[in-house]
Write a new protein. Structure first.
Length: 247
């Protein structure tokens, strides 16, 4: 999950994930938590909240780089007896951006396994479709349809994707971000980094970098016969971190 950088509320919060979730829900928390734990494999997760309700969740495995999103991610997190969570505050507009960027990670319902849990959570801790739509509408954001997403992916694969409009970033900040991303690409890909660098250089804002990150990902993964997949995945994770911290 790609989430804008938030304001630290608490770091290193330890305990049962369900208890942490209840506490944040009861307090009407808006922001996200980063959860670290080991269940078979070391994993890191993000859970996005709006007014105490879960909006989206996603897990990334640290070694294999595989991802789990949405209800499946929440189901795994609810099974954790021990985890470490860092808690970050976001304003509503940043929550709207995170929701727009992470459609596949939206939690629409509680996991079925939660139904049989004594004293378990209820659907009240999950945002409704109307609530999610209201968050987006307030900031003029329209959730893309499945057809539009398919079109974006297809265009990205053939290299013709173009962002029609994007919110501009401060030039100095953008230059610094692009330099960091290019340095990261060159570090991991060496002389093979040209395709990735070309996409980065073509972006005129941090928001456009987010919109076109699938192009960066596809350009990098096309090099898998020349560069180990693990290095490509590590590079993409680092780039996501850099972009997330800049927006």
């Amino acid at each position: 999950m790609l989430v804008p950088k938030g304001e630290v509320l608490e770091l290193g919060k330890r305990g049962n994930f369900r208890d942490i979730l209840r506490e944040l829900s009861d307090s009407g928390f808006t922001g996200y938590i980063e959860v670290s734990y080991k269940k078979g494999e070391l994993s890191k997760a993000k859970v996005l909240f709006s007014n105490g309700k879960i909006v989206a969740s996603g897990i990334q495995r640290v070694i294999s780089k595989s991802e789990v999103v949405g209800e499946k991610a929440l189901e795994e997190l609810l099974s954790l007896e021990n985890c470490v969570a860092d808690v970050y505050i976001l304003d509503e507009e940043k929550v709207a951006k995170a929701l727009e960027w992470n459609k596949s990670a939206v939690v629409e319902h509680l996991p079925e396994t939660e139904v049989g849990v004594e004293g378990g959570l209820t659907e009240e801790v999950i945002t409704t479709p109307d609530e999610r739509e209201a968050i987006l509408k307030k900031y003029g954001i329209k959730m893309p349809s499945e057809e539009e997403i398919d079109q974006i992916i297809t265009s990205a694969l053939d290299g013709s994707y173009e962002v029609i409009s994007a919110t501009s970033s401060t030039p100095g900040d953008l230059d610094s971000l692009k330099k960091s991303l290019i340095s990261t690409a060159e570090l991991y890909l060496g002389k093979m980094s040209k395709k990735v660098v070309d996409v980065i250089n073509d972006c005129s804002s941090a928001e456009e970098l987010v919109e076109r990150f699938d192009e960066v990902r596809n350009a990098a993964k096309s090099l898998v016969i020349f560069v180990p997949r693990k290095k490509i995945d590590e590079m993409l994770s680092e780039m996501e971190r850099l972009i997330g911290e800049s927006i």
